[in-house]
Design a protein around this ligand. Sequence first.
Ligand SMILES: O=C(O)c1cc2cc(O)c(O)cc2[nH]1
Length: 325
Amino acid sequence: MLENPLRKPGKNSTPGTHRPGSPVTKPPCVGASFAQRKALQPRPSDAVIVEGNNVMRSIDRPPPGDVIGRSKSRLHPDVSKKKSAYFESEFAGPNRGDDPAKTRIFDEAMVTAELNTNVIIGDEFAFITDLANHLSNRYQRPMSSITITLHHGICMLFGGTFEPACTLTIHTLSRLLQPVTNKRNAILIQRHLHETLGVVSTRSYIRFEVTPEENVAIGGKTLAAEIEGISRGTADRKLGMFGKPSKPSRIMKSVKSLSSFKSHSMINLSENVANPPPTTPETPPDDERTSQVEEKPHKSAPRRKSLRVALFGNKISPDKRETLE
Ligand SMILES: O=C(O)c1cc2cc(O)c(O)cc2[nH]1
């Protein structure tokens, strides 16, 4: 009889294992709120995400297929030329060898990932950055083409238990989600999640979701329309696809991104802030640290509370406050 893989951790599984220095902590204990549970968690001393353990062998070379500086071909130049001509024709896809603008759009196509987990992550900034690096490597695109939303410490019943678990949905174009690619990426991404989150692969559910080119848009134009425009020579000339807008609009000025929250978490923001991120990372990237020369150093408050104070100040009524808790 087949066993339900969701219910039974693998032989070498170490559900909820907390490695020293890891940004993750054990799954939620029943009865305490997220904030209370979080306050009780020991804080990681540094941003080291993965420490070796006795179960998994450390890898001192990239897995096969990862793009690295390849050693020079030892083939005779003629054979090498023939070989590359063969592969060029064999692998010429519908958009390969096409307009460089098309190639660039596909090379920079967005990969969005949504991760849900009941594990509480101590250093979400380090974790998310590490996952972004992993996906950037897996899908061979720049970090500017990776978007991740992370929901951790959530109430999640997975296969009938509350043991550490996660679901990850990856959305991108079909060319990046081919069956063989998915097969390989499932193994490598689940291994990464085991190493960084402590979730065994049997409790790590990945869904690869193809986004049709007609169903995704940037700058007011779908990808399908953009490609069609390139073919007809009427494409938008977008400079740096996911780059910053040159001039922020009125709306842009009133909405702060997560990076802005990081540097302004203790000041009163506009009251119009829509859908704020649930938490603020603790360690801003270097470029942000150096951009705050004018600001006085501030003590960090419990993160959720400080964000709430920053968003709503003291104007919030007690009954509304309760619904926010
Ligand atoms: O999904 C993508 O990566 C994507 C969508 C989209 C739309 C668009 O108009 C572009 O110019 C590029 C692009 N990339």
